[in-house]
Ligand binder design. Structure first.
Ligand SMILES: Nc1nc2c(ncn2[C@@H]2O[C@H](COP(=O)(O)OP(=O)(O)OP(=O)(O)O)[C@@H](O)[C@H]2O)c(=O)[nH]1
Ligand SMILES: [Mg+2]
Length: 203
């Protein structure tokens, strides 16, 4: 599929993985998208891909239960991770997801970083901090993106961002604020974080 973005020229869905033994062979670059259930991971991927139809978006939380691999420009993987924190999921299911996600994050040596998506209305909570701290403990770069900016006024966005930033540890790149719905902020995030990796393998 052709896309509109400057550095994402081609996207192909490759596979949904439910078990670590089914992970595809590594490519030079892999970037994962993580966050609470319903925060808009799949929607952000669609915004990045320049289409609404590519990744399934949930009408109910807890929709994405597998690791979904997308092949970008035939040489990198973007991975849509299952959302955490869905209170209604059975304990066994939560434990299985956790093992799958943690195993995945530890195992992928070509993982360049994880896009950690949070809701700008809610800021960061204990589970979100747990994700950031876990990534830092295994030396994987977290990139923080606050989504659903279309739901708040600019003043409220500024206040929430300030409050959330105080809670977060020092990050390699300051947080981004985007709306997967209106696409506001998405191209800036792409150009500053994602495109450099894709351009690196191009050259
Ligand atoms: N207003 C608004 N709604 C959004 C935005 N991003 C996502 N949504 C909505 O939020 C809901 C969840 O979006 P998804 O993209 O499926 O969220 P997800 O994080 O992939 O969810 P799981 O797969 O369950 O973990 C859907 O109804 C989306 O339309 C946004 O930027 N603004
Ligand atoms: Mg999803």
């Amino acid at each position: 599929m052709q896309t509109g973005s400057s550095c994402i020229k081609n996207v192909e869905f490759v596979t949904s993985v439910y078990s670590l033994k089914d992970l595809p062979a590594e490519l030079p670059v892999e970037i994962a998208f993580a966050g609470r259930s319903n925060v808009g991971k799949s929607s952000l991927l669609n915004a990045i891909f320049g289409t609404r139809k590519y990744v399934k978006v949930s009408s109910r939380p807890g929709f994405t239960q597998s690791l979904n691999f997308f092949l970008i420009n035939r040489q990198a993987y973007f991975v849509d991770l299952p959302g955490y924190g869905y209170a209604k999921a059975p304990r066994k299911v939560i434990q299985k997801w956790q093992r799958l996600i943690e195993g995945y994050l530890q195992e992928r040596s070509t993982l360049k970083g994880v896009v950690c998506i949070f809701d700008i209305r809610r800021g960061v909570d204990e589970l979100d901090m747990g994700l950031i701290n876990y990534l830092q403990s295994i030396k994987v770069t977290p990139w923080v993106v606050f989504n659903k900016a279309d739901k708040l006024s600019n003043n409220k966005i500024r206040a929430n961002l300030e409050r959330a930033t105080l809670l977060l540890p020092e990050l390699p790149v300051p947080p981004f604020v985007v709306s997967a719905k209106t696409k506001k902020g998405v191209s800036r995030f792409l150009e500053q974080v994602i495109c450099p990796f894709l351009k690196e393998i191009d050259s």
